[in-house]
Design a protein around this ligand. Structure first.
Ligand code: MD3
Ligand code: FE
Length: 220
């Protein structure tokens, strides 16, 4: 496997990126098809679409959501919303297989309990990318983010607390799960353009599920 400069890892396949960020290699491999089928099912109700940045540019990845809330972006900014602005419908409920993998991975990464209320789903076509950004639209940064990669491989850009820090490159493969919390929760990160390829399950796409807790655990 292409090694993009990972640090030594534990025998169980965990690659420690940082104190509070761990990559669980292949953690979701055995349930990847189930996760993919649930994703396709969600997209029947709330289809993948390109959202627009507040500056008015279409984002490269296509997105949808499931859960009590969904992440959206438009001219008015980034936020979580209870309904899909395209359909006016509530986002589909988060499938149990999503909840289970998110909770189990968070626990494996040292962040139990974790009860996500959002699964943001990104679909990358060949050439799609995500530029360096922070995830800061959630209300409680003590809650981790769990990400599951499906389909085509990606080069993940793992930056620091400041945009100016040069990101490390880490390959994320089908079935890999990463848990980000604590001091890593607000790190800059992104995805290099997806290289042309074909995956036996997902074809010419990469999917990424990110499980988030958008609402406060206890109402403020
Ligand atoms: C590190 N998605 O949806 S997941 C995103 O692969 C996003 O689709 C990428 O960045 C993707 O916002 C990367 C990995 C990830 C997600 C959230 C993080 C890494 C993170 C939050 C803080 C630090
Ligand atoms: Fe992000």
């Amino acid at each position: 496997m292409l090694n993009l400069g990972e640090r030594p890892h534990k025998s169980n396949g965990q690659v420690v990126l940082n104190k509070d960020a761990v990559c669980l290699r292949g953690f979701a491999a055995a349930i990847a098809e189930e996760l993919f089928l649930a994703t396709i099912d969600i997209a029947k109700t709330t289809p993948f679409r390109q959202m627009f940045t507040p500056g008015g540019k279409p984002m490269s990845a296509f997105m949808t959501n499931s859960g009590e809330l969904g992440w959206i972006s438009d001219r008015r900014g980034y936020r979580y919303a209870k309904t899909d602005p395209e359909t006016g419908l509530a986002w589909p409920p988060m499938p149990q297989v999503f909840r289970d993998v998110a909770t189990r991975a968070a626990a494996a990464g040292g962040f139990a309990p974790f009860e996500p209320d959002v699964a943001l789903i990104n679909r990358y076509d060949i050439g799609a990318r995500m530029s360096l950004h922070q995830d800061r639209d959630e209300s409680d940064f003590t809650q981790p983010i769990v990400s599951v990669s499906l389909g085509l491989p990606a080069v993940f850009l793992w930056g620091g607390a400041l945009r100016s820090e040069k990101p490390k490159r880490i390959e994320l493969l089908h079935g890999d799960v990463v848990v980000w919390g604590g001091a890593s929760r607000l790190n800059f990160h992104g995805i290099h353009p997806i290289a042309p390829n074909e995956h036996p399950l997902t074809g010419q796409f990469r999917y990424n599920l990110t499980f988030r807790r958008a609402s406060p655990l206890r109402p403020a």
